[in-house]
Design a protein around this ligand. Sequence first.
Ligand code: NAP
Length: 312
Amino acid sequence: MTRRRIAVIGIGKIAQDQHLPVIDKGSDFELAATVSTRGLAYGKIPAFRSPADLYQALPEIGIVAICTPPGVRHRLVREALDAGKDVLMEKPPTTTISEFDDLVVHARARKRVLFQTWHSRYNDAVARAKAILKREGVASLRIDWRESVRKWHPGQDWVWEPGGFGVFDPGINALSIFTEILPFQAFVESARIAFPSNRQAPVDAELTFRTAGAGGPKMSAGFNWLEESGEIWTIAIETAKGTRLKLEKGGTVLTVNGLLTVEAPSEEYERIYEHFARLLDKRRSETDGSPLRLAADAFLLGARENAAPFEW
Ligand code: NAP
């Protein structure tokens, strides 16, 4: 089968770490162009300074992956849909719920495929945990999501700007697993959010969740962005039948009652592009705003605390 021609827009860390090499080595897509406002290029692939330049020069490229920060994504996705492109979006999809809802409606109106990704969901351990919770229910759940902003977002000032999400940029990955595996809807019950005194986005957050009815499971999450000992990306769950599950390493490892049950290398982006190819075959969009809604609810409900100033 011929590979579909795709362009990547925004050649930052995640495009260089994942999108470009994964597209290159996969069999579903052919990297046909890049767009970089800084003028970066990828080998000999045609490079453009703006999406408009790309769309004018190579109108036959019908698919784009948008890998910029979320603040500019609504405008870029709309522009791509209006140019007749099918679109893959990085997470978090947008900075506001209104923008997110608009893109879902707009893709439908334009009859384009919109694939709004949550990369942490593309792990076997996540699917296995989901199946167990569906059978056994949830008695308690605790998320601990701690990493180093200096390692994962080196020098990226946008993460500290209004709309940059701060520690919710990684925290929303945990929320994307949480909303995927839970067999019921969760609501933010309380949030405590700590902002460095010289920044506009949080460095630490502690959330509790509730269910619609009374007497639901105890569920909470802690996010921190100053963890220098390595990543702690863990979700510990006790099911209503007493089984203890632990999703670790960002959802790539699952232990059940202390026994290693699933352990697979992270191939999230390989799976994302395979799935995108299937969605394109079926001309079907896939979008899910639930992690973004929980993050937004935490900001709405959150009690603010001041934390020490942050410098790179
Ligand atoms: P980044 O390194 O800062 O790259 C973003 C790129 O987008 C920039 O290098 C720039 O590329 C382009 N861009 C266009 N408009 C921009 C603007 N107004 N401000 C800043 N950059 C702009 O960020 P990233 O780490 O790749 O993150 C991008 C998205 O991927 C985020 O939504 C993030 O949550 C998600 N993500 C990141 C990681 C990670 O490990 N960092 C992992 C998974 C997902 P050009 O100069 O080429 O135009």
